[in-house]
Design a protein around this ligand. Sequence first.
Ligand SMILES: C[S@@+](CC[C@H](N)C(=O)[O-])C[C@H]1O[C@@H](n2cnc3c(N)ncnc32)[C@H](O)[C@@H]1O
Length: 415
Amino acid sequence: MDARLEARIRQLETLRFCAGDGRESDSAAAGTPALASLASLPPLPSTPVLSPAPFFPLQFASAPRATPAIVPGPTPRIAGTGTAEPDGPAHFPFLGPVSDTFECLLGAIQTYAGIRPDESVRNKVKTYLDALSEDARRTLMARIGAGQLSEPEWAALVETVLIHETFFFRDPAQFEFLRSAVLDQMIRHKRRDARPKITLWSAACSTGEEAFSLALVVLDALLAAGEATEVSDGEICPNSRWTISVLGTDISPESLSRARAGIYRNENLGSFRGLPIRYQRFFQHHYEIHPDVHGNRAGTFGPPAAGDSRRLLVREGIRKFVSFQPFNLLRETPPAGGPAEGFDIIFCRNVMIYFEYPTRERVQAMLHRALRPGGYLALGPTDTLVDRALFRPHWDGSAVLYQKHDADGGTRVQR
Ligand SMILES: C[S@@+](CC[C@H](N)C(=O)[O-])C[C@H]1O[C@@H](n2cnc3c(N)ncnc32)[C@H](O)[C@@H]1O
């Protein structure tokens, strides 16, 4: 690599480190009661027993507790190992002293989703628990202790701490760089194939804006290369040899259902704040069926009802290239249904800031496995690459893209 480029990247990463996004989180991890430490605790008793001490001493110090009834939940999917099990609910081998319950819950959320229990996460979890009745809170903790929370219940719990902030063409320099330095060249190279295809993954896509932005940029590049035609306003059809697919994944089922709907509010700080004008034609006003006077959805079809006038829908011509599925980044294996040879391009941005350093390391290793040799990874502007041996950084002065090393002569993606 060019020595100046390397020096610049090092300088950039040092700045990020100093800005508080680097390995300093390791020390925070040391003080966090991660579930790893719980693994050494005694095994789960056959019937989980709650100590009579209060969950939150300040609030409940005077209230004597009866042993709560445990509501039978679905069969636990995970044996009581107490270790990280990102494919399913985390499981407590032992509920621990009740005064630690709040910490244990934070630890379980971190084990399940990777989210570091910082001050804001702690406040959100406390608010969530405070809103429950005392019985409901005890039952919840008992069921977590017994490993009885189902996947949807975990998702609902974790949802309380997730941040879904996103918009179209967030960090535009990165999209520009992708377009000018990667896609144009990739299209020139792939057009020699009999059945060329480009596969992209927006990992932690939130409500889908990033995945749709990727589809727009690829289709635009194909159009410019003469490998696609704009058949009507807002509908680009790649020439028939080409296959283009964008996968959007997130841990939040709620965000994914909004992504699948493809309807976004067009307001000041909404989804469209970064949309380049030339892409506006790929959105249409969202029309819906208004309920009749009896409230039946059989009324008139027309412009959205009052209050909905700013909703825009991604045109079907773009939506058909994008699919969404749930995926937890802490999984070891890339999403099922991804390309066997690995993705060409992965965007995983503005999510690893919520993870501790070892979790980032693990996620980046998974993303590396999910890319084809020579494929590209985009991280968020405050993310750092944890293992320089895995990727070669490319820097254009305002954005960085990381290319998977091809040095081993063509390592194949393990699935
Ligand atoms: C701030 S949004 C970023 C969205 C988009 N990538 C962007 O940069 O605009 C972070 C997203 O990461 C998701 N997320 C958090 N932890 C995750 C995990 N362990 N696996 C998958 N998604 C996760 C959240 O649900 C949220 O939608």
